[in-house]
Design a protein around this ligand. Structure first.
Ligand code: NI
Length: 469
């Protein structure tokens, strides 16, 4: 009798534990913003500024490789499949490379970065342009691109041959158009091979699959080495609609002509819109006491950055945000919030590539595009610059045109995802003038921030922007 009772008791504990686990797993599934519980990897889905488009960010940090992948996600699963296939194939190729080069990866870390730009074309039609960058071993990484044209109303991909009439005569003319553009381009003319362009245009499997649209022009995006020397990176040639009209199918001539306003220029950013004129400034507000600079990299992030701003306000702290241009482009309003609260704006490049592996032109582009995105969002340029991974050499330092700001304390928040560990690293290392590295893309960093701010306050530190250190 007693034994039976014990069995029932033990069984009911198992049932109880099982119910808790089930409940927990349901909770995790329901929270779309934080799906990872593995320490070295994370996968997040967030809304973007473009309706019907979410952004998925996947990060894997292993001892021999780092992977950072960003891709769009739509409501329709079939539409997602094509992009998911592309992403998983790229990832698999990279992992195979890593596996084949295991013995060389003891000192180097292999890297895969997949990011994308999104261009609205007409209602419900977007161009998605992937940039795929990998580095395993050897002197140079490889870069490639991939274009998807999506119609999120009809849930289908648009083939380039539905947009332009792909026939012999048009191919010849488009060749001439592109050849001229390359030869006249300051950026590419030195590296251009017209024979390669000729082969490219005659390739029967090509069908202009690298062509995409913006709201003003037709753009041809080439892979590295496809029609230029490697120094040109992945070149692109943009041709305004009115110069491309004769090649368009009637359907698309109509669709685009309706939307195209003649001479429509992007509105230049307003330098001061009056609203933010009461911007607080801590410049020169020196108290002579101990100071630290909190810095947040890789954002802005729609949820976490806003939470961080609230906490900083609560503790009367100023910080510096080193932002990625492509995320600034997605979340301009968060950048506005950062600026209006008196924090410092930092450039962390457009797509988080290791700048030391890029050509001079690419480094310039990574920095400049980001400066322009921040200017467009808030009407002012960022004042500081931090290269991704802290990777810098003399060449990058010179070419970037902005002095690099690194850090003195790495909280390892991206690795530990542990608020206690983050706090204890700060406690053990902080001193007057410390520059503390954190990342506003992680929810666990937000959790760590309040205890960190509390501790710094108790110890008599003033939190200032990095320029004020
Ligand atoms: Ni970073």
């Amino acid at each position: 009798m007693k034994a039976k009772r014990i069995i029932i008791f033990v069984l009911s504990i198992f049932v109880f534990l099982g119910a808790i686990l089930l409940f927990k797993s349901l909770l995790v599934k329901n929270d779309g913003s934080d799906t990872s519980n593995e320490k070295n990897s994370s996968k997040k889905t967030e809304a973007s500024a473009y309706s019907g488009v979410n952004i998925v960010s996947e990060v894997f940090d292993e001892t021999t490789f780092h992977i950072a992948i960003h891709y769009p996600k739509f409501k329709d699963e079939q539409l997602n499949q094509g992009i998911a296939d592309y992403v998983s194939e790229s990832k698999q190729n990279f992992l195979n490379e890593v596996k084949n080069n295991k013995e060389f990866l003891k000192e180097n870390i292999a890297e895969l970065n997949i990011s994308f730009n999104i261009y609205p074309v007409i209602d419900n039609v977007y161009s998605i342009v992937f940039s795929n960058e990998s580095y395993v071993v050897g002197a140079n990484g490889t870069q490639s691109t991939k274009v998807f044209l999506v119609d999120i109303h009809n849930n289908q991909y648009i083939q380039q041959t539905a947009i332009l009439n792909d026939n012999e005569q048009n191919r010849d003319k488009i060749y001439e158009l592109l050849r001229n553009a390359f030869e006249q381009s300051e950026q590419y003319s030195l590296y251009f091979f017209k024979e390669d362009l000729k082969n490219w245009i005659e390739d029967e499997d090509n069908h202009f699959s690298n062509m995409y649209l913006t709201d003003k022009s037709v753009v041809f995006k080439f892979n590295e080495y496809e029609v230029t020397a490697g120094a040109a990176g992945t070149p692109e040639i943009s041709i305004p609609f009115d110069q491309f009209k004769e090649f368009l199918t009637d359907e698309w001539k109509n669709k685009l002509a309706v939307e195209v306003e003649p001479d429509h220029q992007t509105v230049p950013p307003k330098v001061n819109n009056g609203e933010d004129s009461e911007k607080p400034s801590d410049k020169g507000a020196s108290t002579g006491g101990k100071r630290v600079a909190l810095t947040f990299d890789d954002g802005p992030h729609p949820k976490n950055t806003e939470k961080i701003l609230k906490l900083l306000d609560k503790y009367n702290a100023k910080a510096t945000f080193f932002m990625l241009g492509n995320r600034v482009d997605f979340y301009p309003n968060i950048v506005k919030d950062i600026a209006s609260k008196g924090h410092e704006l930092g450039n962390h490049t457009w797509s988080h590539k290791d700048l030391t592996t890029l050509s001079n032109d690419e480094v310039k582009k990574e920095v400049k595009q980001t400066n322009e995105a921040i200017l467009k969002a808030v009407g002012e340029y960022p004042t500081v610059f931090r290269p991704p991974y802290g990777a810098i050499n003399d060449r990058v330092d010179e070419v970037s045109g902005m002095p690099a700001t690194l850090w003195t304390i790495d909280t390892l928040d991206w690795k530990s995802h542990d608020p206690k560990a983050i706090l204890s690293i700060v406690k053990e290392n902080v001193k007057d003038g410390s520059v503390i590295l954190m990342h506003d893309i992680h929810a666990t960093t937000v959790e760590a921030l309040e205890p960190v701010l509390k501790f710094l306050k108790e110890e008599g530190y003033e939190c200032v922007t990095v320029s004020n250190i």
